[in-house]
Structure formats: structure tokens, C-alpha cells
Design a protein around this ligand. Structure first.
Ligand SMILES: Nc1nc2c(ncn2[C@@H]2O[C@H](COP(=O)(O)OP(=O)(O)O)[C@@H](O)[C@H]2O)c(=O)[nH]1
Ligand SMILES: [Mg+2]
Ligand SMILES: [Zn+2]
Length: 223
């Protein structure tokens, strides 16, 4: 009699690759973040500020996704961190296979892999890449109701970073409103308020990230 693997049947092709990616990252104790936001909220800026502070202490690899251009990878590589661009050629999200193809060449023996997704609050929510966490960025001034307009993304995320705090005096935007709107949908979110321009709030973000890096590594002492 032929055995039918039900689990096999219900998993999409993307989910299978995401699971394989996640297992590989677990083996190497690599923390993987998937950064998602609207275009222009500051994903590349947050990656730049983060790698500037952590690059001497951790092995970091950055994968950036965009429909066109290699600009973001270039911006990150100038800080002396390895960065590779995935130009999706039109696709509005990254999928697990695209990430896998980039990592096959380099292996995953890094402490931290940051994936900057394509700027889009819709479909990246439903494409697992094998990451530990989705980090959702919302910037001051892009509409405090952004989280309630895109609930699946808020639910799929583990962290909310409210960026561009320096713009508060010039807009009617209220970071507390962004936070409350997001927590209504996902009360488990870890929330950080920062300005990638002035550096405000980045210390708390870095402290949290460092602690996550330690926890992940501790769970995989072999690597
Ligand atoms: N005023 C201000 N501008 C920012 C901040 N973070 C990013 N930006 C600017 O916002 C624009 C988009 O940022 P970018 O990092 O490219 O966003 P991405 O499209 O999400 O990767 C750029 O002009 C950045 O310089 C911030 O904290 N404050
Ligand atoms: Mg970018
Ligand atoms: Zn898409």
C-alpha cells in the first residue's frame, strides 16, 4: 500500500524551502530577520545603522530585495559588510527559493542574516523565508493607521520599528498612535521607536538584537 504523506500535500513549494532554510539556520545558530515595510520607511537605513554598530562583533550577511537596481546592496556594502541584491525583475516580494539560491553559494555560517524584503505590505506577509522574525517598519508621517490597513502583515511580524522619530515636530503623526494601532492587531509585538537619522532609540534596538543573537547562539552551541 502506498503511504501518503499528508504534511507533504498541504505544504506549498515555498513553505518546504522555508522549512529547509530554517533548519539550516538552526544548525548554524544564525539569527535571521526579514525586514518588511512600505517603500521608503527606512529598511535600508536601519540595516546600515545596525551593521555600523554590530559588524565588528558579529558575522553579518545582508540580502536585499528590490524590483530593480542594486542600490541598496551597494549602500550596505560600503560599510564593509557582505551584501547581495536580489533584483526580482518585477516580483513584489521575496520567496524562500530566492533567498536559498543566494545562500547556497555562501553557506549560512553567519551570526546574523538580515533580509530586506521588497517594499510592500501585502504579499511578503504570506511568504515565509525561513526567518526567525519579521521586523515591520512604519515611519512617522506615512499614516498612523498603516497597521490597521495591513493586519496580516502586523500579525505575521514579531517586531515593530517606528522610524523617523525626528519628523514628529513637522507632521501631525503620533508614534503612540502607530504603536496602539499595531498592538490592537498583534499584542505580542516588540516595539521600538527610532530615528535612523539622529540615532535616537537605536541603543534599545541594538540591545534587544544582541540579546536575540545570544539566545539563538546558545540554543546551538555546536556552531
Ligand atoms: N528624516 C528621516 N529620514 C529617514 C530616516 N530613515 C530613513 N530616512 C530617509 O528615508 C528615505 C528612504 O529610506 P530607505 O532606507 O531607503 O527606505 P527603504 O525603502 O525602506 O529601504 C531615505 O531618503 C532616507 O534617508 C529617519 O529616521 N529620519
Ligand atoms: Mg531599501
Ligand atoms: Zn508579491
Amino acid at each position: 500500500m502506498k503511504k501518503v504523506d499528508l504534511r507533504e500535500k498541504v505544504l506549498s513549494a515555498n513553505e518546504k524551502i522555508a522549512i529547509a532554510n530554517r533548519e539550516r539556520f538552526a544548525d548554524t545558530g544564525t539569527l535571521v530577520l526579514n525586514l518588511v515595510s512600505s517603500p521608503g520607511s527606512g529598511k535600508t537605513s536601519l540595516v546600515e545603522e545596525t551593521v555600523k554598530i554590530l559588524k565588528d562583533r558579529y558575522r553579518i550577511y545582508v540580502v536585499t530585495g528590490d524590483i530593480m537596481t542594486e542600490n541598496d546592496a551597494r549602500r550596505i556594502a560600503r560599510h564593509g559588510v557582505e551584501a547581495v541584491q536580489i533584483s526580482t525583475g518585477g516580483a513584489c516580494h521575496l520567496d524562500a527559493k530566492m533567498v536559498d539560491e543566494k545562500l547556497v553559494k555562501i553557506g549560512s555560517d553567519y551570526d546574523l542574516i538580515i533580509v530586506e524584503n521588497v517594499g510592500n505590505l501585502v504579499c511578503p506577509a504570506s511568504f515565509d523565508l525561513g526567518e526567525d522574525l519579521k521586523v515591520l517598519l512604519v515611519a512617522v508621517g506615512e499614516g498612523d493607521d498603516k497597521p490597521v490597513k495591513y493586519p496580516p502583515m502586523v500579525r505575521a511580524s514579531g517586531v515593530l520599528v517606528i522610524n523617523k522619530l525626528d519628523l514628529v515636530p513637522y507632521t501631525d503623526s503620533k508614534p503612540e498612535a502607530i504603536e496602539q494601532n499595531a498592538l490592537k492587531i498583534n499584542p505580542d509585538l516588540e516595539v521600538f521607536s527610532v530615528s535612523c537619522k539622529t540615532g535616537q532609540g537605536l541603543d534599545r534596538w541594538i540591545e534587544w538584537l544582541t540579546s536575540r543573537l545570544k539566545t539563538k547562539k546558545a540554543a546551538h552551541p555546536g556552531s
